[in-house]
Write a protein of this length. Sequence first.
Length: 328
Amino acid sequence: MEVTFCDKHGKTTDIDFSDVSYMHFNGPQVQEVHRKLDLPFMTGEAKRISAQDIDILYGSMVMKESQTAHFNALAEPEHIEMHFTLAGTGCLKNHCSGIQYHFSPNKQNIHYTPQFIGSSHYEKGAIHKFFEVRLTKNFFLSLAQDSSPVLMDFADKVANDIPVEISAENLPISLAMHQCIQEIMHTRMPVGLRRLFLQSKCIELLTLQTQTHELANDKGDRTGKTKHDKERIYFARDYLIEHAACPPSLTELSRLAGLNEFKLKKGFKEVFNISVFGYLSDFRLNEAKTSLLAGMSIKEVAGHLGYSSVQHFTRAFKEKFGVTPGRV
């Protein structure tokens, strides 16, 4: 992908991201590319992992100065993109179709964009983190056959080259999706099994995304919550994840979410099928397992995730996984 950054004075900087954004690798083995950027107006990095019919791209950037980015992806092969915004907000406009894509923290969607020339503006100090899975068109269509109504409807538009999102509204990234993303980014799977592992995890992510959009499309709301209440419950969940190392009390969280404690506790349980702090505990322990697999020490992990002591962390970890942290 060709990207041109332009500041408020009209000064431009061209960057060729083809080595980390083109989906040109379709061999049986796994190929990885890691690239870092340190420019006067931005620092960032991106990693691309390619396997048969699948491209995984993730990274981050921090803006030192405000910039408008112009993207040209006409040379890229057609693909379906499973997009996860981990941090940052923004709006990307496709000048070919006129469609605007809005992004916000901890939200996900699935896109099909046959032709793309677009632009987006980034403010000074903005931090963006993203994770994407790109599937070749034929591979996606084979997966979508005889699947859920929402996915088959999406696939029908893809087959007819119609730009489409699986949902008009971006939905929250679930805990299961976060876990799957972390497992992909930090896998230690042997080389011989890595392609199968990545394929299975990407299909698992697609399944999880489809389920959330299928449920959102179901007009029968089993929780009986108003749209406002559900938005505030999701806000509370997102806030917990962002502040997992130093979480607020239930009283503070309910005040921040704009709900009383009873409504927050009851609504959270109905939406996520787990208590507020049960969710937080599961999230922290799964993050801990991922960090341990990535090579962090037990003491570092316990401190990073806000446990009062290594002993407390070890006890909680063994309760959940059945083994001590040192056995991971």
